[in-house]
Design a protein around this ligand. Sequence first.
Ligand code: FAQ
Length: 332
Amino acid sequence: MAQDVQPGGESAQNQAALEAAGQENFDRIIAKDSRIEPRDWMPNAYRRSLVRQISQHAHSEIIGMQPEANWISRAPSLKRKSILMAKVQDEAGHGLYLYSAAETLGTTRDEMTDALVAGKARYSSIFNYPTPTWADMGAIGWMVDGAAICNQVPLCRASYGPYGRAMVRVCKEESFHQRQGFEILLELANGTPEQRVMAQDAVNRWYAPSLMMFGPPDDDSPNSKQSMAWNIKRFSNDELRSRFVGMMAEQVKVLGLSLPDEAIHFNEDTKKWDHGPLDWDEFKEVLAGRGPCNAQRLERRRSAHEDGAWVREAASAYAAKQAATNAQKVAA
Ligand code: FAQ
């Protein structure tokens, strides 16, 4: 008896078979702890989650240039100026690797940038705090880049190939950034009494925001479980935060400064570092766009984007001209 085939039914069946084979291959790659590459089939939710995380990460690097760029012209010596300028340029480079990694997932850089300048995209909470003194450059390097390293070294093993590979280079540069920040603080901590006070004040102000960089507590982290099942994240937010506290608790002794948290201790039962409570209401306020510098950071990014419009237009016109010349050469 002839089978009753619905119009389009055969291609729908083929599609379903392709999806099933794709899912099977994807699951096998994840189970082997191997890598997904841009042309591999991947579930839409995996793609969306990666675009979410990688684009936020890219935006953080770009917005993260602002608090430090603020000090390039005021750094205390030519040497300090050039080191800081190189660091800020590195952050721009990190943003570009990350936008490129996100583009391999099918989202254009223009789409990501538009979301950022429209105030619809997230970027790290940490960059919404002010940098009133030179010691803030030390605290950002030591604590913010230090937290970034703790968080990002495991991301070098992220299951999505382009993201993991970008992270390898980013982490090498962040390690240099952390040391330069530590060295700024070390010099201030061993300087005049006023410099020492300035260093301690910066450490006090950046401590809690840098712990919040790791994201909400595990019980309040909606993305962690799935991200860990997909081998994007390797450790939970609290695990990484605890590791970071342990790292700082040791290094602060070398600086001869202190961390503004008397609850810090190594918990022998859990074998983890514990710390005092954090103000998660403040974190939520910053994420909602109401942190101390959110409006300023976004406005600066918007105006820089508008000011750069002529560069993008010129680059597009040049690319079109080159393409036309090449096409003529091929035709001739
Ligand atoms: N700020 O469910 P989870 C740097 C959001 S780069 C703002 O736990 P997830 C270098 C989160 O997106 C710093 N939003 O989320 C540098 C989610 O919202 P969504 C950036 C945050 O993804 C140094 C919601 O809360 N680093 O510092 C934050 O599993 C110096 C629920 O959270 C990265 O982006 C936050 N702190 O874990 C540059 C690293 N935390 O998306 C210049 C890559 C959480 O559902 C100068 N990203 N949220 O709307 C990650 O590792 C993860 O995405 C986490 C969050 C750990 C940030």
